[in-house]
Design a protein around this ligand. Structure first.
Ligand SMILES: Cc1cc2nc3c(=O)[nH]c(=O)nc-3n(C[C@H](O)[C@H](O)[C@H](O)COP(=O)(O)O)c2cc1C
Length: 186
């Protein structure tokens, strides 16, 4: 069993990466292998709609997405954490989302994987839920099984993460739920 955690911030060691590290700790506590992907470390270019991936399972763009395809395909669960940028996901994360068209076109390869989402913004009500909704839309379009935090929609966190204990609890509960459902399905 494997759960991948994607931090969608371009900032190293920022709130998203800290949330991702806590997620990996919780995944490990649940006896599941965790894999960390940080978009602060990768170069992922936007989809240019060439439609090559409709003809063969290959994207002609030469960047770091190849490794991400492999990690996503091999995962049982996917946790996505984004900063709130103008009420939505970061452009780095949106580029990744659009590039996963290849996985949809070649047999709905993310179907039935368990998905959970989190968002962190500078304001308390800065668009965390809207951002989560955007992540959930990507998950729905891939046919994934979406879970929340057994209360609301997932991890809603206010910057700085270290000082938001309430937000941290929403993250831990969401990750725990992803693990529970991954285990139940295996
Ligand atoms: C371009 C940009 C847009 C942002 N828009 C919002 C916003 O709409 N709402 C909000 O609460 N915070 C907003 N923020 C603040 C970030 O969401 C916040 O600082 C977040 O913690 C960054 O995550 P990171 O530390 O992982 O990079 C914005 C920041 C940037 C750079």
């Amino acid at each position: 069993m494997k759960v991948v955690v994607i931090s969608g911030s371009p900032r190293k060691n920022g709130n998203c990466e800290k949330m991702a590290r806590d997620s990996l700790e919780e995944i490990s506590k649940n006896g599941i292998e965790g894999v960390f992907v940080s978009l602060a470390e990768l170069n992922i270019l936007p989809c240019n709609a060439c439609e090559q991936c409709s003809k063969e399972k290959k994207c002609p763009i030469d960047d770091d997405m190849e490794g991400v395809y492999e990690v996503l395909e091999s995962a049982d669960g996917i946790v996505i954490i984004s900063p709130v940028y103008f009420g939505g996901v970061s452009s780095q994360l949106k580029a990744l989302f659009d590039r996963t068209l290849l996985l949809r076109k070649n047999g709905l390869l993310l179907k039935n994987k368990v998905g959970g989402a989190g968002a962190v913004g500078r304001s308390r009500n800065g668009g965390q839920e809207l951002t989560i909704q955007g992540i959930h839309a990507w998950m729905h379009i891939h046919g994934m099984v979406i879970v929340g935090d057994d209360n609301h929609f997932g991890a809603t966190v206010q910057h700085p993460y270290e000082e938001d204990e309430f937000g941290r609890q929403t993250l831990i509960r969401m990750v725990r739920k992803v693990c529970e459902v991954v285990k139940a399905k295996s």
